[in-house]
Design a protein around this ligand. Sequence first.
Ligand code: UN1
Length: 497
Amino acid sequence: MAPPKVYKNFINGEWVDSVSRESFENLNPANHGELIGLFPHSTPEDVNRAVAAAREAFRCWRLMPAPKRGEILYRAARLLQERKEAMAEQMTMEMGKVLAETRGDVQEAIDMTFYMAGEGRRQFGQTTPSELANKFAMTVRSPLGVCGMITPWNFPMAIPSWKIMPALICGNTVVIKPAQDTPLSTYNLVQVLEEAGIPRGVVNLVCGFGREVGVPMVDHQDVRAVSFTGSTEVGRAVSIGCAPTFKPVCLEMGGKNAMIVMDDANLELALEGAVWGSFGTTGQRCTATSRIIVHKEIYPHFCELLVDRARALRVGNGLDKSVQMGPLVNESQVKTVDGYVQIGKSEGAKLLTGGERLADGDHASGWFYAPTIFGDCQPRMRIVQEEIFGPVVSLIPVGSFEEALDVGNDVVYGLSSAIYTRDVNKAFHAMRDLETGIVYVNAPTIGAETHLPFGGVKQTGNGHREAAITALEFYSEWKTLYIDYSDRLQRAQIDNQ
Ligand code: UN1
């Protein structure tokens, strides 16, 4: 057998081992006997080196004209386009989701990189009249410095790009810790940036685990802002870590996204959306549809048809073109999902299909789980309230549109929601009243585009929005400039009365 491929960290423009010289394994979730590669098991000292490099690099990078920074991003986007297929395959091998989806993940990184490259020629500020004569007033965006990033395994290239690209175009430098389950896709992204000509130290990759890499990065005094996507539990710890020094922190956390299906909906469309929203990415999206709130008039019929479709899904290795749903990312995720299935059963929800690990035949050496549907769920059940992050969806019958909205809003999260109806009045009421950062009409809860703001309300986030122009709000600070050309002392609020 060929020796496993050994990957390195990227610090100060060089590919280097961790000071620990230890490594961890990146396994294929569809076949966990297959080792994708060994990645550096980094230490706080590696973080220190990366932050020092990023701090030093910031001195020049912030002064490079933003359109020039954009040119590097354009080159990176074109390289990603060229390598899309190979990168998608590698992503399926380390993360599990099917090829169509990993191509989408790489495409999302391409879109974001092009989009932010263009922001190099925008980043508009404001000019406004001063209250005093012969005085000029304007605002400019100013970078923050070294930005620390902690990213999840479910979108291992797209989500790093949501953070890295806006940070760079604004003139910040970056230290990123990718999820330990999927470091290769982020590695590939960083390598492309290197080839595109990113100056040394501007982007640094430190692989490893939360305790040895994430925590020291959050605590580091030279890290000026932190962006985190992941669980609510870890997000809370990151937020607390940033509090003592008032470090700006962007948190993108859990979801419990509802799809409402009204009795006037196009049923075929709603079913298709329900399957894609619930079982796409094996349910491992923060935007996944995990509750389906169905009007009682169509509830029995809807349940039956949805169950048929879930049963027909082909689960397997995502590299196989006929497969529609890949494995879960790791063993611990299988245990969590199965734990929730047991909770659902004990709470009295009706298991309509699935509810078990798939471990026979083609599934024997992967972390596979059957598409699972619970029927007759009550809004306060734990399986309806808590994020499961797996192929498990709960169906909740309701008697009216108003009840559907109340049930939809009755969770601590607020990322995404969807309504299927042909009634324009109901659609507009839902758009206004659903307490989520994203609302879809006649489309499932997944499928955000890179030039629109992404983020959630309530315990999903802390008020920031990733992607779109809104990302610049986090990665830059406004600087207000007054230029007095009167040649005398003019006192605001005093001399103009
Ligand atoms: C996530 O769910 O973690 O909107 C990100 C979507 C994708 C991004 C999802 N474009 O489903």
